[in-house]
Design a binder for this molecule. Structure first.
Ligand code: FMN
Length: 165
């Protein structure tokens, strides 16, 4: 990514997605910013109602779960953009585990969340607390905005804010 000051800022988007919405936003942002992207994966079966319920419980209980190692090293980037779906008013557990595992390997952070309707602000606050870093920029998107493709302006605003930091 090239900042508004013409400086190259090596940026990595790290995201988790269970049903594809956060992935879609992550890929849009990656092409807008021209930056690297990596998906957090874990070993759990989160499909169907059982997977939904387990995921909700893990998020509510702030459980740390086993995630696969990233192929890219966050420490070799100037900025990490973390993307998460909102689960039980907080971040998805694979994202919690990523932050817990890698928080000493990144400094500058921006955050985006997708959600049904509520909880993006509290998810962001918790990410800031867990990572020990204040977000340079934050974007919360509701599913209705994604469906109707109303998010273009918000994505542009988020990207501009990041480039201005
Ligand atoms: C276990 C679970 C808990 C959720 N809890 C919330 C919530 O507290 N608030 C909300 O607005 N949406 C909630 N949702 C909806 C997701 O945040 C939303 O659909 C999100 O965009 C899904 O992203 P994804 O497709 O990348 O997995 C929850 C979804 C799951 C699976």
């Amino acid at each position: 990514m090239i900042s508004r000051f013409g400086v190259k800022v090596k940026t990595l988007i790290v995201y988790y997605s269970r049903t594809g919405k956060t992935r879609m936003v992550a890929h849009k942002l990656s092409s807008m910013l021209g930056c690297d992207i990596e998906e957090i994966t874990d070993k759990e079966d989160r499909s169907g109602p059982i997977g939904f319920l387990r995921s909700g419980r893990q998020a509510r209980d702030k459980e740390l779960i086993d995630i696969n190692d990233l192929s890219k090293d966050p420490a070799s980037y100037d900025m990490i953009i973390i993307g998460t779906p909102v689960w039980a008013w907080t971040m998805a557990s694979p994202v919690r585990s990523f932050i817990h595992k890698y928080r000493d390997r990144f400094n500058k952070v921006a955050i985006f969340c997708t959600c049904g309707s509520v909880g993006a602000d509290s998810a962001m606050s918790e990410i800031e607390v867990l990572s020990g870093k204040k977000a340079l920029s934050f974007l919360g998107l509701k599913n209705a905005e994604l469906k109707e493709d109303l998010c273009g302006q918000k994505l542009k605003g988020f990207v501009e804010e990041i480039k201005n930091k």
